[in-house]
Design a protein around this ligand. Structure first.
Ligand SMILES: [Zn+2]
Ligand SMILES: [Zn+2]
Length: 257
């Protein structure tokens, strides 16, 4: 099983980290600010089954200069374990970074991902219209991308799928109130479906209230399999195959033809 989105540097204990690395086949760890991108790359270089994505989260670009994007490029070019750009995107939930600045960083990171022929990992919260608009302006996405911790409606999902994106659901899909999100899940094409933990955030219902860790992805897998009426091992196979397609720098050598 692959956890396509975790923040391993933020896990509470070393034990959580080691347990997660042992219980999953692969983990993609995400860096969101300057400190974290170096930590993510360091962890990926330390463990064979961990890969890293480097990017600047919209909340973390407030004090950042646009030319710092070159750091992402350097890390991606110098490290074979850096396999994606992000998470980047738009977040209007809290008024932390002015919208114009978010847009600029989002567009620059999209352009960098395209230049490096890597997928882009997109974060979108309370900003779905603008997110899709910016993605549309930058299409086509020949190297794909992921809308992580998907929180949009069916229309947004369909537009993102049309743009070549994978739709990744996190532990919040298991919450009792997430009926609308589950309607989106039901309609998401299986060949575009991914699962993630977003650890240490968004623990699935069965672990809610505790810090999340990648090994909790099995609760989400089981829940989604039951909901979609698919065998658990079959769903694991489907989402893992999707992950291997989108993170092609990590898994290319394992793909048949
Ligand atoms: Zn995010
Ligand atoms: Zn994240």
């Amino acid at each position: 099983m692959i956890d396509t989105h975790a923040h391993l540097d933020m896990l509470k204990t070393e034990e959580d980290l080691l347990e997660s690395i042992e219980s999953l086949d692969y983990i993609i760890t995400i860096g969101c600010d300057i400190d974290e991108i170096y930590k993510a790359v360091e962890i990926a270089n330390r463990y064979g089954n961990v890969f890293a994505s480097v990017g600047f989260h919209p909340y973390d670009v407030k004090e950042l200069d646009l030319d710092k994007i070159y750091l992402l490029k350097e890390l991606a070019l110098q490290n074979s374990k850096v396999v994606a750009i992000g998470e980047t995107g738009l977040d209007y939930y809290r008024d932390i970074t002015p919208k114009e600045k978010q847009w600029k960083f989002f567009e620059k990171q999209i352009e960098l991902a395209k230049e490096l022929e890597l997928p882009v990992i997109v974060h979108s919260r309370n900003a779905n219209e603008d997110t899709v608009e910016i993605l549309k302006q930058h299409s086509p996405f020949e190297n794909g991308g992921i809308i992580h911790c998907f929180g949009g409606d069916i229309e947004m999902m369909e537009r993102c799928v049309d743009l070549g994106f994978y739709i990744s659901f996190a532990g919040n899909i298991t919450y009792p109130k997430a009926n609308n999100l589950r309607e989106v899940l039901k309609r998401t094409p299986l060949d575009r479906l991914l699962l993630e933990t977003d650890s240490p955030f968004l623990s699935p219902q069965k672990r809610r209230g505790k810090p999340n860790k990648p090994s909790n992805i099995f609760f989400t897998l089981e829940f989604v399999a039951n909901f979609l009426n698919i065998d658990k091992s079959e769903l694991e196979k489907i989402t893992d195959e999707n992950a291997k397609k989108v993170f092609k720098k990590a898994f290319n050598r394992e793909l048949v033809n």
